[in-house]
Design a protein around this ligand. Structure first.
Ligand code: GRG
Length: 293
């Protein structure tokens, strides 16, 4: 399958969905809505929403029913980037190839734009047109848990508390799984749930999601060492400067690459019982460690 074509088709659908579901840029209060649009439409890869749609397809469903949910994942991801870049956290100037939200709009507007993106995400899911309201409640629960204190925010907290200290490997793994892995896993689970996955399919897709979620953050650590700031659209080398524990800093670059490849192989193994409809998921898993941005 042609992954580039698949990704660009899906990104177009997702961007159209986001524009329809979000308040417009010129809606009052304009500063807030402009800041939300500025960060959302800055050219992110849209991996999480694409995973929602691809998981739905893998279980044989029409991905259109999962579009609102896909857009919600991108809103939550973008909010996390805006807040992560703030002076109180990473204090970064560049994101997705342009000045960070707080550099462009000021710190207060950036905090509020992040808050508003987090909130609107749940509204988007609630607005899904479906008779299966049970699935909607389940998806809201999955997303809230993955984004909250026992998921992404929890991982971020431990990450911040671990700066400039020698942490043991299990703590590093906790950070990666929670800060990044949980949202990726939830994107896949939510797409599958909305697509009507059986218990067995959901179990296999969850194993797939856990493996690629961790592989994604290991690849991100490697790219922070080896990637170019131009391609990444953000300043690389920041982990070392900030004294962050990463896979390369704890186990070295070669071992990190090996671990990421093993995780992708494990992910592909989890899809053994799926037919060609899971090919986009297979291709995304391989892309996660091959990407340059
Ligand atoms: C509430 C103040 C406050 C802060 C929260 C939740 C949070 C801060 C941060 C989340 C943690 C985070 C940013 C993890 C990094 C995950 C990661 C690898 C991001 C990059 O994702 P890509 O490569 O980026 O998918 P694009 O730009 O392509 O979407």
């Amino acid at each position: 399958m042609n992954l580039n074509r698949y990704l660009s088709e899906k990104v177009e659908v997702i961007n159209r969905g986001l524009k329809e579901l979000l308040p417009r840029e010129d809606d009052y209060p304009q500063t807030l809505h402009r800041a939300m649009h500025y960060s959302l439409f800055a050219g992110g890869k849209r991996i999480r929403p694409v995973l929602v749609l691809a998981a739905s397809e893998a279980v044989g469903a029409d991905p259109a029913a999962a579009l609102n949910c896909a857009c919600a994942f991108e809103c939550i991801h973008t909010y996390s980037l805006i807040h992560d870049d703030l002076p109180a956290i990473d204090n970064d100037d560049l994101r997705r190839g342009r000045p960070t939200c707080h550099r462009a709009f000021g710190e207060a507007a950036a905090i509020l734009a992040g808050d508003a993106l987090l909130t609107v995400a749940f509204d988007m899911i609630a607005r899904t047109e479906t008779r299966n309201r049970g699935a909607i409640v389940k998806v809201i629960q999955e997303l809230a848990k993955a984004a909250g204190s026992t998921g992404m925010i929890g991982g971020q907290m431990v990450d911040i508390e671990s700066e400039d200290s020698d942490i043991p490997f299990p703590v590093l793994e906790y950070i990666h799984i929670h800060k990044t892995g949980e949202l990726i896993l939830a994107a896949i689970r939510c797409g599958a749930i909305l697509g009507g996955a059986s218990k067995k399919e959901l179990g296999a897709l969850s194993r797939f999601g856990k493996s690629i979620g961790l592989a994604f953050q290991i690849a991100d650590d490697i790219l922070d060492v080896e990637g170019s700031s131009d391609e990444m659209g953000k300043n690389t080398g920041g982990d070392e400067k900030k004294g962050k524990a990463t896979y390369p800093s704890l186990i070295g670059l070669d071992e990190s690459r090996k671990r990421a490849s093993e995780l992708v192989e494990m992910a592909l193994g989890s899809l053994a019982d799926f037919d060609g409809k899971a090919d986009p998921l297979r291709a995304i898993a391989r892309y996660i460690i091959a990407r340059r941005k």
